[in-house]
Design a protein around this ligand. Structure first.
Ligand code: SAH
Length: 352
């Protein structure tokens, strides 16, 4: 059975035509799913009964089952744990900041990048998510917000997984997030974060939609980067940076370099100085993210002084630098804390 939310409006139109139905039904069905909150095809009362039955027999919806939610103490961050049809589990995070409602989505179960500081890739890649499994993370969260008169406003591909290693499904989900018949989220409000997959960056530059792109840099040279990110062996840092420059040029989008600060590893002033040389002349922002402790990892977050010292070196060199305040720490929903979930319930997570 095919998953409904993997279908674009056009592919649904083709499916309807091939099934002997009228293609104008496609936007009506999209409206039920993406705007009216339908939980089954049966509810779609402006469709004939035989069509509703045909849809129900042909499509799986929903593809995700909500297992638990967990809300941070300040109420601004909610973590969602989903179960997929094959029993695998993934997480998403809703971050509420002012009027922004950002969903941090997962693109894979596990991750092939295996960054030393990140919880998601500790067991490597388990499998890619389908388009529907990505789209529904946002759909179900959007439905809970709608009850309060709110909608999801921003999407970041910064949950579990490497989006560029699941390129087609990620791109199809981006087109659905942007589609006025579905979520209608502007391309400027969608951000893809990558560990640095050169072919992926090049392909993304040629897409009709131009989203914001973030490179997880974490080191000012290839030698240190390879130690922190085993996956970094695949591409020379120079090549990745060139692909990022071309992306910025072709799409006119913002480029951000993320740098997770790890005490004693990449947080010294010599690293900051090398970073200013590496990025000199580039139109970009550096986002410094102090390491969030992950259970079982022998790494430390730098002191406040070390973080500020690092930032000051970048700022003095004229590099726009932000220091990400990580939300949701008390519920392990901060950066890189989304782990592959075992089937046993986690002590931390409470039932919905
Ligand atoms: N694979 C993609 C998307 C995952 S998001 C990528 O590598 O960009 C990854 C981001 O989460 C990284 O840039 C890093 O900034 C952040 N991150 C992961 N684990 C972290 C941790 N323990 N502490 C702080 N930031 C972390």
């Amino acid at each position: 059975m095919q998953e409904f939310c993997s279908f674009s409006l056009n592919s649904l139109k083709s499916w309807l035509e091939q099934s002997g139905e009228k293609s104008f039904r496609a936007p009506q069905i999209f409206d039920w799913i993406y705007n009216k909150g339908a939980t089954s095809f049966e509810e779609m009362t402006n469709l004939s009964k035989p069509l509703r039955e045909k849809l129900a027999a042909s499509f799986r919806f929903p593809a995700l089952k909500l297992i638990r939610t967990l809300e941070s103490e300040d109420g601004e961050t909610i973590k969602y744990l989903w179960e997929l049809a094959d029993g695998q589990r993934v997480e998403s995070v809703l971050i509420m900041s002012g009027t922004r409602r950002t969903v941090c989505v997962s693109s894979q179960v596990g991750c092939p990048a295996r960054c030393a500081f990140c919880a998601s890739g500790r067991e490597g890649l388990i499998r890619n998510l389908s388009t529907a499994e990505i789209v529904e993370q946002v759909l179900h969260i959007d439905r809970t917000l709608k009850v309060k008169g709110e909608r999801v406003s921003h999407i970041v591909y910064m949950g579990m997984g490497e989006p560029m290693e699941n390129y087609d499904a990620v791109m199809e989900s981006i087109y659905l997030f942007n589609d006025p018949n579905a979520f209608h989220i502007s391309q400027r409000r969608i951000t893809v974060s990558t560990v640095g997959v050169v072919e992926g960056i090049e392909r993304l530059a040629k897409e009709e939609l131009a989203v914001n792109l973030v490179l997880s840099l974490h080191a000012p040279n290839q030698h240190l980067r390879k130690k922190i990110i085993p996956y970094a062996r695949k591409y020379a840092l120079e090549e990745i940076l060139m692909a990022m420059d071309r992306y910025a040029l072709e799409t006119k989008r913002d480029i951000t370099y993320e740098y997770t600060l790890l005490a004693g590893i990449n947080d010294r002033s010599q690293h900051a100085e090398e970073l200013t040389r590496l990025l000199s002349g580039k139109q970009c922002t550096v986002n410094l993210i102090p390491y969030n402790p992950v259970e079982g990892l022998n790494l430390r977050r730098p002191t406040k002084e070390a973080i500020e010292g690092f930032r000051d070196i970048l700022v003095s060199a004229g590099i726009t630098t932000t220091w990400r305040y990580t939300k949701g720490k008390d519920i392990a929903a901060a950066c890189g804390q989304l782990a592959v979930q075992k089937r046993e319930p986690l002590a931390l997570v409470s039932p919905v």
